[in-house]
Design a protein around this ligand. Structure first.
Ligand code: URA
Length: 176
């Protein structure tokens, strides 16, 4: 209840999945279906995400899947800067601290901008950054960060599909 978004939610969507493997997928915010079920990526974009994961021979249960903000913004608007700051400082930052991911997959701009900044990188644009692997090594964490287009963007623009598939091949390599 630390930000406005809790007022509109049916359920908070904290995230779910494997916390041992150290592979995180971070989306933007819950949508309609996620809010109903309290689970991340269970709508149309989630179905496509499942396919992309299966395409590299893995299962969604191999990952920890979450979002930048844990409550659905009304009408699926973009989360506001202050909502992101409050929510991430309480939840996403803590999840990263606990899971200590070896690989972080950022889905879409909102997630990429937040994660790049957190790790001292500059996110220019998805066109330039998608599929690039950045290795971060500090006292606290050793991780690889990769951005790709949000599955919802691929549903809106099917011509992104080949790029996204090749990004997921790079994600597979980074996971090793
Ligand atoms: N889009 C997101 O960014 N996250 C979800 O959980 C669902 C759709």
């Amino acid at each position: 209840t630390k930000c406005e978004l809790h007022k509109y939610r049916k359920n908070a969507v904290p995230g779910e999945g494997n916390i041992e493997n150290g592979i995180m997928i971070i989306g933007e915010a819950p949508g309609y279906n996620e809010d109903l079920k309290g689970r991340p990526f269970v709508g149309k974009a989630g179905k496509l995400l499942d396919k992309l994961i299966e395409g590299i021979g893995l299962k969604r249960e191999d990952f920890f899947i979450t979002n930048v903000v844990k409550c659905r913004p009304p009408g699926n608007r973009k989360p506001k800067e202050e909502e992101i700051e409050i929510c991430c400082s309480l939840y996403l930052d803590k999840q990263i601290e606990l899971i200590k991911p070896k690989v972080i997959v950022c889905l879409g701009n909102v997630s990429s901008v937040y994660i790049f900044k957190k790790f001292g990188l500059k996110f220019t644009s998805m066109n330039k950054e998608h599929g690039k692997v950045y290795s971060i090594s500090s006292l606290e964490i050793k991780t690889k960060i990769i951005s790709t287009y949000h599955p919802a963007a691929v549903l809106r623009n099917a011509s992104l599909m080949p790029l996204v598939k090749s990004d997921w091949e790079k994600i597979k390599e980074a996971i090793g």
